[in-house]
Ligand binder design. Structure first.
Ligand SMILES: NC(=O)c1ccc[n+]([C@@H]2O[C@H](COP(=O)([O-])OP(=O)(O)OC[C@H]3O[C@@H](n4cnc5c(N)ncnc54)[C@H](O)[C@@H]3O)[C@@H](O)[C@H]2O)c1
Ligand SMILES: O=C(O)C[C@H](O)C(=O)O
Length: 356
C-alpha cells in the first residue's frame, strides 16, 4: 500500500507535470517562479479557500484575488487546483496565489492563514433538503477543521458548506476536541440570505438594493431563515401579503436557484459574491476597522440555543459582539419559534456526529 509520504511525492510529481512553465513546486505547494513578494510579506492578510475548484470556489477565488486586503491566497481542493491556480494567478492584482491539491497538501495550504473560507462539499439537487447533504459534507468539514486546528488555530473560519446549521456545530466540536476552540473565530456564512433579502425587499419597495439593509436571523435552511422585515432600513412598512411573499421568497431563495439549475447544482455566483462581501467584512474587522457589522451563524446566548444567526460586530478577534434580536412583531415571533424548533435538531445532529 502507498504510504502518505509516497502519496505526497506522487501528487507533487503529478502537480509539477501539470504546471505551466512559470510555476514550480515548493515542498508540496505550487508557487509562481520568482515570487519574492510572498516571502517579502506584502501588507495584507493570508487567506485560504478550501474547495477552491468548485462552483462557488472558482468565482470566490477570482473575487478574493481582486481584494486589496489579501496578500496571499491559497487555493485547496481535492481536484483541479493546478489549472484554477494558473488561471487566477494571471490576474494583475496584488495577491500572490498558490495551489494545493489533495489531502497530503492540506497542511501546507493552511499553515499561516489568517482567514479560511470553506465552500467544500456537495451541493443540492432538486427535491433535496440541505440536511440531505449531511452524510457527505459532515465528514468533509470534520477533516478540514482538523487541519485548521493543527495548522492555523488562530485563523478566522468562514463556513459555507451545507447544512450550515449542522456544519458549524461540527466545526465547534472538532475545535473543542483539539483544545483550541474560540467561538469568536467560527462564523457560519448566512450572507446570501441577507443579499437575497436586500434584493427582494428593494424590488418591492422600488429602491436600489444597495440602499436596503434587512437583518436575517436564525439559521440557513427553510424556516430557520428568518428575515426581520420590521427592522428594515430605511424604515418602511409592508402589507400582510407583502410580508408573506417576501418571507417565503427569502426562505426559498436557495431552492429557487436549485430548481432553475435543474440538477446541475445550487447557487454559486451569488454565493461567491456574498462570501466575498462577508470575507471582506471579516478582514476589515481583523484590520481593526470600527463598526463592521454583518449577520452570521455563531455561538450565541441570544436564544436558549447554542448557535444562532444575528448581527455580529466583526473585530480583530472575529465576532467580538453578538447583537440581540431587537423588537419583533407577532409574525416574526411565530417565525422565531418555528425556526428554533428546527435549529435545535440540526445543531444536535452536528454535535452528535463528533461526540458519538
Ligand atoms: N452557506 C450558503 O449560503 C451556501 C450557498 C450556496 C452553496 N452552499 C454550499 O456550498 C457547498 C459547495 O457548493 P458548490 O456549488 O461550490 O459545489 P461544487 O460541487 O461545485 O464544489 C465543491 C468543491 O468541493 C470540493 N471538495 C469535495 N471534497 C473536498 C475535500 N475533502 N476537501 C476540499 N475540497 C473538497 C470538490 O472537489 C468541489 O470542487 C455545498 O455544500 C453547498 O450546499 C452554501
Ligand atoms: O440552497 C442551497 O442548497 C444552497 C444554498 O444554501 C443557498 O441558499 O443557495
Amino acid at each position: 500500500m502507498e504510504s502518505s509520504a509516497e502519496a505526497t511525492q506522487r501528487i507533487a510529481r503529478i502537480s509539477a507535470h501539470l504546471l505551466p512553465p512559470n510555476f514550480q513546486m515548493e515542498g508540496s505547494s505550487i508557487v509562481k517562479r520568482g515570487d519574492c513578494r510572498a516571502k517579502g510579506g506584502a501588507p495584507g492578510f493570508k487567506v485560504a479557500i478550501l474547495g477552491a475548484a468548485g462552483g462557488i470556489g472558482q468565482p470566490l477565488a477570482m473575487l478574493m484575488k481582486m481584494n486589496p486586503l489579501v496578500s496571499v491566497l491559497h487555493l485547496y481542493d481535492v481536484v483541479n487546483t493546478p489549472g484554477v491556480t494558473a488561471d487566477i494567478s494571471h490576474m494583475d492584482t496584488g495577491a500572490v496565489v498558490r495551489g494545493f491539491l489533495g489531502q497530503p497538501q492540506l497542511e501546507n495550504a493552511l499553515t499561516g492563514m489568517d482567514l479560511v473560507i470553506i465552500p467544500a462539499g456537495v451541493p443540492r439537487k432538486p427535491g433535496m433538503t440541505r440536511d440531505d447533504l449531511f452524510k457527505i459534507n459532515a465528514g468533509i468539514v470534520r477533516t478540514l477543521c482538523e487541519g485548521i486546528a493543527k495548522c492555523c488555530p488562530k485563523a478566522v473560519v468562514n463556513l459555507i458548506s451545507n447544512p450550515v446549521n449542522s456544519t458549524v456545530p461540527i466545526a465547534a466540536e472538532v475545535f473543542k476536541k483539539a483544545g483550541m476552540y474560540d467561538p469568536k473565530r467560527l462564523l457560519g456564512v448566512t450572507m446570501l440570505d441577507v443579499v437575497r433579502a436586500n434584493t427582494f425587499v428593494a424590488e418591492v419597495l422600488g429602491l436600489d438594493p444597495r440602499e436596503v439593509d434587512v437583518p436575517v436571523v436564525g439559521g440557513h435552511a427553510g424556516v430557520t431563515i428568518l428575515p426581520l422585515l420590521s427592522q428594515v432600513k430605511p424604515p418602511c412598512s409592508f402589507t400582510p401579503e407583502e410580508t408573506e411573499y417576501l418571507t417565503n421568497r427569502i426562505q426559498d431563495g436557495g431552492t429557487e436557484v436549485v430548481q432553475a439549475k435543474a440538477g446541475t447544482g445550487s447557487a454559486t455566483l451569488s454565493m461567491a459574491y456574498a462570501a466575498v462581501k462577508f470575507a471582506d467584512a471579516c478582514l476589515r474587522g481583523l484590520r481593526g476597522d470600527a463598526g463592521v457589522v454583518e449577520c452570521s451563524f455563531v455561538a450565541s446566548e441570544v436564544t436558549e440555543l447554542p448557535f444562532f444567526a444575528t448581527k455580529v460586530r466583526l473585530g480583530r478577534n472575529g465576532a467580538e459582539e453578538v447583537y440581540q434580536l431587537g423588537p419583533l412583531n407577532e409574525y416574526e415571533r411565530i417565525g422565531l419559534e418555528k425556526a428554533k424548533k428546527e435549529l435545535e435538531a440540526s445543531i444536535q445532529k452536528g454535535v452528535s456526529f463528533i461526540r458519538k
